[in-house]
Design a protein around this ligand. Structure first.
Ligand code: BV8
Length: 231
C-alpha cells in the first residue's frame, strides 16, 4: 500500500500555528501579495523579512499535535511506502518523528542565498542581514516558495502521485495550485482518494470520501483504521 499524504495549515492549527484563510489567519493581517511574492521582497524586503522572522521565532512556542504524531506512527509501519508532501513551512512533522517529508513550499528553518543559491539551516532572524555561511554576502532570503515561484521537488511529487494506491489530503483549503490539483492527478492515476478537513474545501468534490472534523481527531482514527488493514 503506497500512500501519499498532502498536508496544509489545518494540520498545524491545533498546535497554535495560524492558518492562512481562517478568520484569524495569516492573510487577515497581511495581503499575500505584500509578503509572499518575489515582488514584495524586491520592494519592501524589511516587511517580508519581519513577517517570516516572526513566524520562525513563533515555532519555539508550538508543539506537534496528535495528527502529526499519528503520521509519524504510520511512517514507522509503512516506511518508504508513505510520503508526506506538506505545503507547510513549519517543522512540526519532523519534530513529531516523520522523516519522509517533502516541503513543497519551503521551510522557515532554512535560508536561501540570492547570490550563491546555497541553502543553510537557519533559526535566527534574517531581517538584520546576516552573511551567507558559504559566500559571505548579505543576500539571504527566507527559503520559502512565494506566489509565482516554482514549488520544490515537483518531479518527486508527480512520480509519487503516479505510483500511489491511496492519496490523502489533510487540513488544506485546496485554494492554491499546483497542490490543489494533486487530487485530480491521483484520481487520473487510479488511486483511492480521502480528504480529512474541518470544513469543505474547494476540491472536496474530487475525493472518493471526505471526512469532517479536527485533524487531531480524524488523523489518529484514520491511521488506526489503516494499520488494521495493512497488518
Ligand atoms: C506556481 C508559502 C508555476 C508561503 C505558499 C492555476 C489556477 C489559478 C492560479 C494559479 C494556477 N497555477 C498557479 C497559480 C498561481 C498561484 C495560485 O495558486 N494562486 C491562488 C491564490 C489562486 N500558485 C503559485 O503561484 C504557485 N507557483 O504555480 O508556479 C508552476 C506550477 C506547476 C509546476 C511548476 C510551476 C506557488 C504557490 C505557493 C505559494 N506559497 N506558502 C508562506 O507560507 O508564507 S501557499 C500557502 O497557501 C500554503 O502553503 C498553501 O499552499 C496555501 C493554502 O493554504 P492552506 O495550507 O490550505 O491553508 P488555508 O488557511 O487556506 O486552509 C486551511 C484549511 O484547513 C481549511 O480548509 C480549514 O477548513 C482547514 N482546517 C482548519 N483547522 C483545521 C482544519 N482542518 C483540520 N483540522 C483543523 N484543526
Amino acid at each position: 500500500m503506497r500512500v501519499v499524504v498532502l498536508t496544509g495549515a489545518g494540520i498545524s492549527a491545533e498546535s497554535g500555528v495560524p492558518t492562512f484563510r481562517d478568520s484569524d489567519g495569516l492573510w487577515e493581517g497581511h495581503r499575500a501579495e505584500d509578503v509572499a511574492t518575489p515582488e514584495a521582497f524586491e520592494y519592501q524586503p524589511a516587511v517580508v523579512q519581519r513577517f517570516y522572522d516572526a513566524r520562525r521565532a513563533a515555532l519555539a512556542d508550538v508543539e506537534p499535535n496528535p495528527a502529526h504524531l499519528a503520521l509519524a506512527r504510520l511512517e514507522r509501519a509503512l516506511g518508504d511506502d508513505l510520503l508526506v508532501v506538506t505545503q507547510n513551512v513549519d517543522d512540526l512533522h519532523e519534530r513529531a518523528g516523520s522523516q519522509h517529508v517533502l516541503h513543497m513550499h519551503g521551510e522557515l528553518l532554512s535560508a536561501l542565498c540570492v547570490g550563491c543559491r546555497a541553502r543553510s539551516r537557519w533559526t535566527e532572524d534574517l531581517g538584520d542581514h546576516p552573511p551567507c555561511p558559504r559566500c559571505g554576502s548579505a543576500e539571504l532570503r527566507p527559503d520559502i516558495v512565494w506566489f509565482g515561484e516554482v514549488p520544490y521537488q515537483m518531479d518527486r511529487i508527480v512520480a509519487a502521485l503516479q505510483r500511489c494506491d491511496l492519496f490523502v489530503s489533510i487540513g488544506t483549503s485546496g485554494a492554491v495550485y499546483p497542490a490543489a490539483g494533486f487530487v485530480q492527478s491521483a484520481v487520473t492515476y487510479g488511486a483511492r482518494t480521502l480528504e480529512l478537513n474541518l470544513l469543505p474545501s474547494e476540491g472536496s468534490h474530487f475525493f472518493d470520501e471526505s471526512r469532517r472534523g479536527p485533524a487531531g481527531v480524524l488523523v489518529p482514527a484514520w491511521v488506526d483504521e489503516l494499520l488494521t488493514t495493512v497488518r
